[in-house]
Design a protein around this ligand. Sequence first.
Ligand SMILES: NC(=O)c1ccc[n+]([C@@H]2O[C@H](COP(=O)([O-])OP(=O)(O)OC[C@H]3O[C@@H](n4cnc5c(N)ncnc54)[C@H](OP(=O)(O)O)[C@@H]3O)[C@@H](O)[C@H]2O)c1
Length: 250
Amino acid sequence: MTAERVLVAGATSAIAAAVARRYAEAGADLVLAARDAGKLSAVADDLRVRGTGRVETFVIDMVDTARQAELLAAAQAALGRIDVVLVAWGTLPDQAAIEHDVAATLACWEANATSVVAFLAQAADVLEAQRGGCLAVITSVAGVRGRRANYTYGAAKAGVIAFAQGLRARLFAAGVAVVELRPGPVDTPMTARLRKGPLFIGPERAGALIVGAIRRRRDIAYIPGYWRWIMLAVALVPEGVMKRLNLSAG
Ligand SMILES: NC(=O)c1ccc[n+]([C@@H]2O[C@H](COP(=O)([O-])OP(=O)(O)OC[C@H]3O[C@@H](n4cnc5c(N)ncnc54)[C@H](OP(=O)(O)O)[C@@H]3O)[C@@H](O)[C@H]2O)c1
């Protein structure tokens, strides 16, 4: 069996690095992209020790959408065919700190929606042209219903969720899977400032579940799966009740 060829965009994320470790240990060839060259080379060095495949790096601020095509071209040059593209970058601003700040609100959308949609659109063209592969994107349970605690971030994720749904229907005919991953809260630098409750999981567990969902070409995967039932219950809460609650997890 040939080694899988995987592009990870946002590879210094704790969750993405855990995913990349799993692929490296399975002998995959990897292209890792992130904006911090120092952190990126530390992640790459760790993977080179663990795996037998190639590990290449590409430094890019993913909100610089004009450079995203360069990343895809570099990944194609390094890997040939791309089996999996994982979109993992994101930011979780403090809702209270940004909600009266339009620039910060739009920056959150740029980091979590605009740049992600731009990259998904271009990666979709690459995978569609090669007639196969898997486009995997990490969204969040926060995108399933708007909540007081994180609605700017959640709304950006909701936009990506709808975009991924349409993209999935378009790419189906070309044999390309779109796997949308919806983690609940994960203990990573992103959530460092949040109080940790019993629903938090570690990045290694999230990474293992994500690799499993990608391997099974799941359309939508809650990480862990019990979040499907939690969010189903949350979706049933009437808006008149919801506005009086302050649900915080996710
Ligand atoms: N942790 C959670 O509870 C949770 C729950 C649901 C979904 N998610 C999603 O999971 C994904 C990974 O997050 P994480 O939990 O692993 O958090 P993390 O460790 O803080 O990783 C976030 C990553 O995004 C990168 N990033 C942010 N803006 C970027 C940009 N403009 N260009 C390139 N990279 C950028 C950061 O790079 P730097 O290191 O350079 O800052 C960092 O590597 C995100 O999409 C997040 O929204 C997380």
